[in-house]
Design a protein around this ligand. Structure first.
Ligand code: TUI
Length: 312
C-alpha cells in the first residue's frame, strides 16, 4: 500500500496512530513505527521536558520515523513546539486549534507539518501556510471533536485542497481504511484501535471497557462549553451531561472533568474517569500487538479493495 503519505512520512504503510492525550507515549509510538506505521507521542497538556524525554526514549527503541502531536490548547504548546524543533522528529501533527504560528519553526528544521482539521476552512488555511498534508477528522473520533462526520468531511476536504488528506474518525479495520481511500484520502489515522494493543500502556480496565463497548456506548460531553469530547458512557459522562442540562457553569464542568482522563488511563477508574474513545469501539474485540494489528489491517484493506472490484 503506497501513497504520497508513505513518501512524506518515510513509512512502509500510510497508517498513522492518533496522538492521544495520556495514551500515546513512547512504547506505543515506537511499536507502531517498528510495525511499519507512523507512531506519535501525544504531548497533550504535558510540560516540554516530558516531551523531550519521550522523544529520546522513542529513538532508543526505534530507528524508524515517528512524530509528536501538539495539543494547541495546552499551556505548554509554545515550549513543546520549540523542544520538538530542537530534538528533531519526522513530523508533527496538531489538534484542537490553528498551528500557523509554529509552522515556520518546524519547517525550518525540515519537520513535516500535518495539522488535524475538522473543517474545510481550516484545511484550506493550513494548505496556504505550508502544511505538508492534513488529517481530516470526523466526529466519530474520540476526544475533542468537530461537527462533521468522516463520510462527509473527507471528500469535501479532498476537493478543497491539493495536499494529501489523511482520514480519521470511525476507522477500526481494513474495511474502514478501504472506504477512506475510496473517499479520496491517501492515508488513515487511527486512535481507539491502537488503545487496545499489547504495547499500549493504559490501564487494562480501560482496554477491557473498549472491548466490551457496544455500537451506541459513546457520549459527547461539553457541547455547551464549546469543547465537545467523545468518551465511553459511564457515571462521569452521566453526571456531566446532567449538570450541562441544568445549566452548570463552565468552571463547575471543568472541575468535574479535571484529571478525569488521567484517572481512566493510569488508575483504570472506568466509572469516574474520562474513557475517551471513538464510536468504533464496538468493533474492537481483542487485544493484539501493533505488528499483528498493522499486518491484519493491510491484509483486510487489500481484501476489501479486491471485493469492490466485483461491481465493475
Ligand atoms: O485534538 C483532537 N482531539 C483531542 S485533543 C484532546 S486533549 C483535551 N483534553 C481535554 C479537553 C480538551 C482537549 C483530546 N482529544 N483532535 C483534533 C481536532 N482538532 N478535533 C477538532 C479540532 C479542531 C477544532 C477547532 C481544530 C481546530 C479548531 O479551530 C481552530 C481555529 O482556530 O479555527
Amino acid at each position: 500500500m503506497h501513497t504520497e503519505i508513505n513518501e512524506i512520512l518515510g513509512t512502509e504503510y500510510p497508517i498513522i496512530q492518533g496522538g492521544m492525550a495520556w495514551v500515546a507515549e513512547y512504547h506505543l509510538a515506537a511499536a507502531v513505527s517498528e510495525a511499519g506505521g507512523f507512531g506519535l507521542i501525544g504531548a497533550a497538556n504535558a510540560p516540554a521536558d516530558w516531551v523531550r524525554e519521550q522523544i529520546r526514549k522513542t529513538k532508543e527503541l526505534t530507528d524508524r520515523p515517528f512524530g509528536v502531536n501538539v495539543m494547541l490548547m495546552s499551556p505548554y504548546a509554545d515550549e513543546v513546539s520549540r523542544v520538538i524543533a530542537e530534538e528533531g522528529v519526522k513530523a508533527v501533527t496538531t489538534g484542537a486549534g490553528n498551528p500557523e504560528k509554529y509552522m515556520e519553526l518546524w519547517k525550518a528544521r525540515n519537520i513535516k507539518v500535518i495539522p488535524v482539521v475538522a473543517s474545510v476552512a481550516l484545511a484550506k488555511r493550513m494548505q496556504r501556510c505550508g502544511a505538508d498534508a492534513v488529517v481530516a477528522e470526523g466526529c466519530e473520533s474520540g476526544g475533542h471533536i468537530g461537527e462533521s462526520t468522516t463520510m462527509t468531511l473527507v471528500p469535501q476536504v479532498v476537493d478543497a485542497v491539493d495536499i494529501p488528506v489523511i482520514a480519521a474518525g470511525g476507522i477500526g479495520d481494513g474495511r474502514g481504511i478501504a472506504s477512506a481511500l475510496m473517499l479520496g484520502a491517501k492515508g488513515v489515522q487511527m486512535g481507539t484501535r491502537f488503545v487496545v494493543t499489547k504495547e499500549c500502556q493504559v490501564h487494562p480496565a480501560y482496554k477491557e471497557r473498549i472491548i466490551r463497548a457496544k455500537d451506541i456506548d459513546t457520549k459527547v460531553t461539553g457541547r455547551s462549553t464549546g469543547h465537545p469530547i467523545r468518551a465511553l458512557r459511564n457515571d462521569m459522562t452521566k453526571v456531566y451531561l446532567q449538570k450541562e442540562q441544568e445549566g452548570a457553569s463552565v468552571e463547575e464542568l471543568e472541575l468535574l472533568a479535571s484529571g478525569a482522563l488521567r484517572r481512566a488511563v493510569q488508575e483504570g477508574d472506568i466509572h469516574n474517569g474520562s474513557l475517551m474513545s471513538g464510536q468504533i469501539a464496538g468493533l474492537i474485540k481483542e487485544e493484539v500487538s501493533c505488528k499483528q494489528l498493522i499486518d491484519m489491517l493491510i491484509r483486510q484493506t487489500k481484501e476489501a479493495l479486491n471485493r469492490s472490484r466485483m461491481y465493475e
